[in-house]
Design a binder for this molecule. Structure first.
Ligand code: PMP
Length: 308
């Protein structure tokens, strides 16, 4: 076999939010956009695909299929390209051009699911297609490798990078980050709290989902979370902009959601350390118009789009 590219991932940096940490409290952020395709989902794609390959499930004739809002699709597309395995991604109609073009660049076939059904529609269409038996669907919402990736990667990295963690805050999408990183953080800091940032039903924030919206990912266990804090689209956009202007971090909207919750928790504390995860950077959201112009207009524009 010819030499193959390594799929090993280097640790991502953790930075202290110097301008935004309230007095007495250290707020840290783990910058996941340092991964190869620019999001935390490189961890999940590598873990799921390497596991499937080790189990002999991926051979030259295998056709992969995955429902994804973008980040998992993009991360899987990179590995599928490297390994020469065809990948089909199901995503909601109206997903951003940047995501669609990136996947096409990596040679992925895209199938669109009906826009009004959002991410749940992509899962439904992919499940229907997988029922034919023609595809291998690794299914990040149900695959334990998603959680393991964040346990061994995100979470274990955090506990070696920080001397202390009192609260871990992460956005809730598939739940992989919260379940995996939460377990690793609790193992090293047993009194640490694990807090989810979650949008209210009907408000679409890229990558995040409300657990009240009709689909609970099989890998998600609400008992392993101490607190769920609702965060609205408006607050999310405000905090995404604040990250840019106050800290110089050009982050994607789910970072704004995580920041809003992390700061809220930090303000309730007298001292201690809060760490949060920033899943991806702002570049692929430029066309959504959330970074510039009056906030009201940005919220309206974002509300009209499928952002997850
Ligand atoms: N933010 C973004 C941009 C994402 O793509 C995702 C994944 N859906 C998340 C947050 C949530 O992460 P998780 O799936 O691990 O809950």
């Amino acid at each position: 076999m010819p030499p193959q590219a390594s799929t090993a991932l280097a640790p991502t940096p953790v930075v202290r939010l110097e301008a935004l940490s309230p007095p007495g409290v250290d707020v840290y952020a783990k910058l996941e956009w340092f991964l190869p395709t620019g999001s935390l989902k490189d961890r999940v794609a590598v873990a799921m695909m390497e596991k499937a390959r080790a189990e002999g499930l991926i051979s030259p004739g295998t056709r992969l299929l995955e429902p994804s809002s973008g980040n998992t699709g993009i991360a899987m597309a990179r590995l599928a390209m490297l390994w020469g395995v065809p990948l089909t991604v199901v995503m909601p109609e109206g997903s951003s051009t940047e995501r669609i073009e990136t996947m096409k660049t990596f040679g992925t076939r895209i199938i669109f699911s009906p826009q009004p059904e959002g991410a749940n529609g992509a899962v439904r269409v992919a499940e229907e297609m997988a029922a034919s038996g023609d595809y291998l669907m690794l299914h990040q919402y149900a695959n334990p490798a998603n959680v393991e990736a964040h346990y061994a990667g995100t979470g274990r990295e955090i506990v070696t990078q920080l001397d202390r963690v009192d609260v871990l805050v992460a956005g809730l999408g598939t739940g992989g980050t919260l379940m995996g990183a939460g377990a690793a953080v609790r193992e090293s800091f047993p009194r640490a709290q694990v807090v989810a940032a979650e949008p209210p039903v009907g408000e679409l924030i890229t990558g995040l989902r409300s657990m009240e919206a009709g689909y609970i990912p099989p890998i998600f266990d609400a008992d392993r979370i101490d607190r769920r804090v609702l965060v609205r689209l408006r607050t999310t956009i405000e905090h995404t902009r604040l990250l840019l202007t106050a800290e110089g971090l050009f982050a994607g909207p789910s970072c704004g959601a995580a920041l809003a919750v992390a700061l809220r928790v930090a303000r309730e504390m007298r001292s201690g350390t809060v760490v949060t995860i920033f899943p991806d950077a702002g570049w692929k959201y430029l066309s959504t118009g959330i970074y510039t112009g009056p906030l009201d207009q940005a919220v309206d524009r974002a509300s009209d789009q499928i952002l997850w």
